[in-house]
Design a protein around this ligand. Structure first.
Ligand code: SF4
Length: 386
């Protein structure tokens, strides 16, 4: 039986040559996963143990995160975070994760209105589609290839992160996906209405969740929710009464704040003759909080939840898109078209780059593939369930 999942579809659309090596030749490097992937997996795991079925939350996500880090890479990884629009401030991944999850807990709290219906629910749905086949026939002038298009079936497999009933939204059922991101902002989320994963899960979820008894037979999935956590530490600068972050106060701010409570002198001299250190002590003594100028760079949002809705017509077009992708894949898989390459700056992260470069220079890459790559079965877990 043929299988498909979103990551395979994405790779096919990103670069057919890489897809062919990964999903047709079943090659895989033993290369360690990227820091970004490792980091995202850990945060995902921490939230999975936090949002356990029911309305009561589970293990403190910071504890799960610390265990994940200590059991895998320890405190050896550093992550570039956003600081004043610049991605150059590297901080310890362990520390950053704890900070991000502390911000998360402080901001959202226990949220007893969220009832977790299922966690890490796997699904398999058969998709009927058209496929291109090629056959070789013998003729008097030698073998001749012929092509035909015919019906086929592929099982779409995947895992829904969590399914939640939100009692603050009239009991709507939403599928959640936790995402860590470099920064929040529309450029990071505006693709979501077209996103393959959101669209696919949306179009397949109601049927699957009803079948699995997670929702009632008359219920529908109301939407997808992307639960974003930006890889950025909390901004700890002091905030004034209006909530604006302020710079470090200087002498004039102390003089003004102390004058406001009636203190005009220190040691018999006007306040502006006192040193900054003395003014700081005086402010402490009188429990006066002194703010500097309002900073030109205000704290950025580090958490966001984006809900994505689709119409019924969009659901239909999502299924059509899966069918179109499967048909396009069959052209390459069954040898009607050669896999093409898509060189971009992403090639730097491609696990088949060395093979691809050998291929580009017209050399045989299969020997290197045998030495440096192992074989894998991307759908073994799903085959075992059949
Ligand atoms: S290096 Fe680039 S072009 Fe080559 S297989 Fe990888 S993604 Fe495709």
């Amino acid at each position: 039986m043929n299988h498909l999942r979103t990551s395979e579809r994405n790779l096919f659309k990103r670069c057919q040559w890489a897809w062919e090596r990964n999903y047709q030749d079943n090659l895989k490097t033993g290369r360690e996963e990227s820091v970004a992937l490792w980091f995202g997996t850990g945060i995902h795991l921490a939230l999975e143990k936090w949002y356990v079925p029911g309305t009561v939350r589970g293990v403190d996500p910071r504890e799960t995160w610390k265990k994940y880090v200590d059991d895998s890479r320890g405190d050896t990884e550093y992550v570039n975070t956003v600081h004043d629009g610049d991605f150059s401030e590297a901080v310890s991944a362990r520390e950053l994760g704890i900070d991000m999850l502390t911000q998360y807990l402080d901001h959202y709290g226990l949220e007893p209105h969220l009832e977790v219906l299922s966690v890490e629910q796997t699904f398999q749905i058969p998709i009927k589609h058209q496929e291109w086949f090629s056959t070789q026939c013998d003729s008097s002038s030698g073998p001749v290839a012929s092509y035909h298009r015919g019906p086929s079936e592929t099982t779409y497999v995947g895992t829904f992160d969590i399914v939640i009933r939100d009692h603050n939204q009239g009991g709507k059922v939403l599928m959640w996906d936790h995402k860590t991101t470099k920064a929040l902002g529309s450029q990071n989320t505006q693709y979501l209405p077209l996103d393959d994963q959101a669209g696919t899960y949306w179009s397949l979820a109601t049927y699957t969740l009803r079948k699995q008894g997670v929702i009632g037979q008359d219920e529908v999935l109301a939407g997808m929710l992307y639960n974003y956590l930006a890889k950025s530490k909390a901004d700890t600068r002091p905030k004034n009464e209006q909530g604006y972050a302020t710079n470090k106060p200087i002498k004039k701010h102390y003089v003004s704040a102390l004058s406001a409570i009636g203190i005009e002198e220190h040691e018999g001299k006007p306040l502006d003759k006192a040193t900054l250190a003395k003014l700081e002590l005086l402010a402490d003594e009188h429990k006066v909080t002194v703010y500097g100028e309002v900073s030109a760079s205000q704290p950025k949002k580090n958490l966001d939840r984006v809900q994505v809705y689709r119409h019924r017509s969009q659901q239909r077009s999502q299924v059509e898109r899966i069918q179109n992708d499967l048909e396009a894949m069959s052209l390459v898989k069954n040898g009607l078209l050669k896999a093409t390459k898509t060189p971009t700056r992403e090639c730097g992260f491609c696990e088949f780059r060395e093979l691809c470069e050998l291929d580009e220079s017209g050399k045989d890459w299969t020997e290197m593939a045998e030495m440096m790559y192992t074989k894998w079965d991307p759908y073994s877990a799903h085959r075992e369930k059949n």
